[in-house]
Design a protein around this ligand. Structure first.
Ligand code: ACM
Length: 690
């Protein structure tokens, strides 16, 4: 997690990937770690040295936007390659970069935006061909991933690449209602999205906890509903422009009729049940009254004002998790439903949805809603976002709706990247239904994610999901992904993402004198999964609002993907498969994890707040001892304690293996699970064979 590993990767980015992918490294050719994997990639012969300026030529379309795009590319190239500082590597030769943008794209920043590009890197330099600015932007993101470091200095790997996305809509939802994220932090995520070729930032701007955009028409929003933190309209315009520079659309979401507690505390006259601002239990339930004409006047003006801030055609109006009792337990609403023949709350919600969709259409927008909106018939043009499961994608598609799939890509479940990577947005759909799927979105809800944690909760996992959305359907080898993802993560960190920096900062705040033992422990443990952390937050909810909870515990620092543990588990497999040279290094890692426990004991004496980590650290040491004994054919009786350590680790993993378990079972100390269990088990099973 700390800086040394970044440097290690930078010096051997590509070779490392080759060694990890190929079983016999003696024939390994260095392959660049491209994420997302291009549609077609053919390696070239000789790399180009990177020593001098970039000389750009434009045979066809050139624009101020494209000039800025190239400026950004050059700055990133400098940072990644360090070429400014490498004159000692030889004569300074300019890098010839010809950008042949064959047309202005009339569909730029729409779902039809042209993102195809062709890249040729050889002795003559770089030729990038695209039929629109978005293609240029995507091609330059790939070009950065061809930077390699050799003994002769930084180079660009030669290649011929032809590439286009599988899905037109490749989104990332960030919830800024539960925890506010400053514009600078969002810009940083947009930068990473550009590198991962995502093209839709879905901002979840309102929820029970807050409404985050300034309104001139309804100032009680910023006074009350924003809970003190919101974006001015100027900040929203700047953010949209920042994303547009990177060929990324911003789709806003203002969630109604449910998830509206914050808005309704500011404007209670439109509520189905009178909100009690003191009662935090209402945060997830309070809904608009869909039977009052004034509700629609309010929402028309509010949505109109918000719609003008976001140029995108699509406008997400929420529609999820409406609690029917909010309506049926209001006698006036119940009487209205009876009088107008609405059999149930779903039918009433469909009428509400249809009116909102019409309103938005007047503003030139296409309404998007969560899959609940399609549970009763609504206008076919409404775009449905399937989040509760692929069966909702299937039913919405069958009903003729365009569909975006986020089921399978909820990052707040804190699952490792490989879990999301396994899921295909259309696997279970018929051919007819597949045609309705415009794309997919990763989603990070931030009940338990602070601004400081955002980068690490998003990256690198979002890059793995980005590959799922961009690359061909048959690109799905988890071993290839796990070899490339650490390289992508390092690229992101070097280019300004703060996942690793904030991880270090949070650890150093808990143990300022010496964060290293803590970082070592957290590098091979992961946070409990499937909302086991949120479960704890929900218990607090009745007493302390999320915004006042502390999120700086070790489980908030530990990452869902432990690269160190994954590398260990992988190397154990390789060692057992015959690469005996790995044994020395495996032993060194086990010794370090075993001995880290003594350092943790000293650290806890100095910082008692870390006390809950003692059993976690002792368990890691026990697993490491088991691994060492298995590796070296340990002495008498080691197997009993080894089995005990494995059994305990499995129980702890099982306690959050499903959402049901996470809600019903006691969670392990410090909400952490051990990630090296597969490697230790493999060593134990192998007996003395190593
Ligand atoms: C959702 O997760 N409630 C859309």
């Amino acid at each position: 997690m700390a800086g040394e590993r970044v440097l290690a990767f930078l010096h051997m980015r590509h070779a490392l990937v080759a060694a990890a992918i190929l079983v016999t490294p003696c024939i390994a050719m260095a392959a660049p770690a491209l994420i997302p994997m291009p549609a077609s990639y053919v390696p070239g012969a000789r790399p180009i040295t990177l020593t001098g300026r970039v000389e750009v030529t434009w045979p066809r379309v050139r624009s101020p936007l494209l000039d800025r795009v190239v400026g950004r590319f050059e700055r990133r190239l400098d940072v990644l390659s360090g070429r400014r500082y490498a004159p000692e590597y030889g004569p300074v030769v300019p890098l010839r970069l010809q950008i042949d943008c064959t047309a202005k794209d009339p569909h730029m920043l729409s779902v039809e935006m042209r993102e195809h590009y062709h890249l040729q890197v050889d002795d003559h330099g770089v030729l990038l061909t695209a039929d629109g600015p978005a293609g240029v932007i995507r091609g330059l993101a790939t070009l950065l991933q061809l930077v390699d470091h050799t003994a002769d200095g930084p180079v660009l790997d030669a290649a011929v690449i032809d590439d286009r996305p599988r899905f037109a809509w490749r989104g990332l939802l960030i919830d800024v209602s539960r925890h506010f994220m400053t514009p600078a932090t969002l810009e940083r995520q947009i930068d990473a999205m550009e590198l991962a070729k995502l093209n839709v930032l879905h901002l979840h701007l309102s929820d029970g906890q807050s409404f985050r955009v300034e309104s001139h028409r309804y100032p009680r929003i910023q006074k009350i509903a924003a809970r003190g933190e919101y974006y001015t309209q100027g900040q929203i315009r700047a953010l949209v422009a920042y994303a547009a520079e990177r060929a990324i659309r911003v789709v806003p979401e203002f969630d109604t009729p449910g998830h509206s507690f914050a808005l309704l505390t500011a404007y209670p006259q439109y509520a189905a049940q009178t909100p009690d601002a003191m009662d935090q239990r209402q945060v997830y339930v309070d809904a608009f009254d869909p039977t009052r004409p004034e509700t629609y006047v309010f929402l028309r003006h509010l949505y109109h004002e918000m719609a003008r801030l976001f140029p995108d055609t699509y406008f997400h109006a929420g529609g999820d998790e409406v609690r029917g009792w909010q309506w049926t337990q209001n006698p006036r609403i119940a009487a209205y439903m009876k009088a107008h023949g609405y059999a149930d709350p779903k039918a009433l919600q469909a009428a509400f949805t249809a009116r909102i969709a019409r309103m938005l259409e007047h503003d030139g927008k296409v309404m998007m809603g969560w899959d609940e909106v399609s549970e009763a018939p609504v206008p076919q043009g409404v775009m449905v976002e399937a989040w509760r499961g692929q069966k909702y994608a299937a039913s919405a598609a069958a009903a003729g709706h365009p569909v975006v799939v986020s089921a399978g890509y909820y990052l707040d479940l804190l699952q490792p990247a490989a879990e999301h990577y396994r899921v295909d947005p259309t696997d279970t759909l018929s051919d007819g239904q597949k045609k309705q799927v415009i794309g997919a979105e990763a989603a990070l809800w931030t009940e338990t994610v602070t601004e400081e944690m955002l980068d690490a909760r998003l990256w690198p996992r979002t890059a793995a999901i980005a590959e799922r959305f961009w690359s061909l359907q048959d690109v799905r080898d988890p071993d290839s992904l796990s070899a490339r993802l650490p390289v992508m993560q390092d690229e992101l960190q070097v280019l300004g993402n703060r996942a690793q920096a904030n991880t270090y900062r949070m650890a150093a705040r808990l143990a300022p004198a010496d964060p290293q033992p803590l970082l070592t422990l957290l590098s091979v443990t992961g946070p409990v999964r499937n909302y086991a952390r949120n479960h704890q937050a929900w218990q607090y909810l009745h007493k302390v609002p999320i915004t006042q909870q502390q999120f700086d515990t070790p489980a908030d620092i530990a990452a869902p993907d432990s690269f160190a543990a994954q590398a260990f588990n992988r190397d154990v497999r390789a060692c057992l498969a015959g690469q005996h040279a790995l044994k020395t290094d495996l032993r060194a890692r086990l010794v370090a994890w075993r001995d880290n426990d003594a350092a943790m004991v000293r650290l806890v004496a100095q910082y008692p707040v870390l006390q809950p980590l003692l059993p976690v650290s002792a368990e890691l040491a026990a697993l490491a001892r088991a691994g060492l004994a298995a590796l070296d054919g340990g002495g008498h009786g080691w197997r009993d304690s080894a089995r005990h350590a494995i059994t305990l680790a499995h129980q702890q993993i099982d306690a959050s293996a499903t959402t049901k378990a996470a809600h019903t079972m006691a969670q392990p100390p410090a909400d952490l699970v051990q990630e090296i269990v597969p490697g230790i088990e493999a060593l134990m099973a192998s007996g003395r064979k190593t």
